[in-house]
Design a protein around this ligand. Sequence first.
Ligand code: ATP
Ligand code: FE
Length: 347
Amino acid sequence: MIFLGIESSCDDTAAAVVTGNRRILSSVVSSQTALHADFGGVVPEIAARAHAERLDLAVEQALAEAGLGLGALSGIAVTAGPGLIGGVMAGVMCAKGIAAGTGLPLVGVNHLAGHALTPRLTDGVDFPYLMLLVSGGHCQFLRVDGPDAFTRLGGTIDDAPGEAFDKLAKLLALPQPGGPHVEAEAAQGDPKRFPLPRPLLDRPGCDMSFSGLKTAALRQRDALIAEHGGLQAQDRRDLCAAFQSAVAEVLAEKSRRALAASPVPLLAVAGGVAANGLIRAALEQVAAEAGARFLAPPLRLCTDNGAMIAWAGIERFRLGHRDGMELAARPRWPLDGHAAPMLGHGK
Ligand code: ATP
Ligand code: FE
């Protein structure tokens, strides 16, 4: 079995070719970071236009790198939500066009299911497992019991951690996306100099909050500026270190609770924030304490990509899922109700 996967829900235009025995024959990701750099965030209209312009090329390149023509495919998987609606629509239209032209089966995939099923693609793990999805736009614990059996155990009630890292970077005049820069600064900082809060640790359950942490960092920054007339390099490093260790501690403690509430043999992580060394180490330790394995797929498969969508499509196809031309793009699509959206059926 060979699937083409198409992803365009945020600011990466991606296409990939993946086989049913977990081989990634190609994975093309065209990042739009430079297009949005001047705006301090992803501009939906610019993203949608760029996807529309680049999708054909990404698909063509993915097939060329795989050394295959459309005739070799068994089906087409496409992200049908959640995400920025213009981009999702561009991807769904592209996939429908190919399906209509070739007669190949079409499978709509939930973007979050793509992330959540990645450990099955990279490492062939069995169900059940726990997935912590931590990216620029998402933060949630999912118990994964099957290709379309997900239970959300908790998540952020405001910002995602990647978003919080990016906002902190902005406050400190570091480049975007901020996570890697904050981590680099933190490497030379003292995490104990500034006491930052650990939001929601005093409350039971797996919900998290990161916007208060960002506000506390802002206050600390302003106090330093008022005191010294500006930020010293060491102030910036210490603030980054304090922030990073607060995020790591919150994610670790909530993971501990998630594993206690739902004991499974594996804790897996996905999303760009999984690149952070301190956060990875903290999660690895929590998993070891609970007697579970820890798995962080390679970063290029942790961030948005077409291979995870192709794979999730294969998993859904094997369960008998097929979509037709009525497949709709959806801005919101909670994973708990994973049936593919249909046109005219609203949210
Ligand atoms: P989505 O949320 O739809 O998956 P996204 O583009 O927002 O898409 P990713 O590409 O998965 O998310 O991850 C990007 C985020 O990860 C950014 O917010 C970035 O700052 C953060 N990030 C990347 N590297 C690190 C790091 N080393 N430490 C902390 N955060 C990081
Ligand atoms: Fe994503």
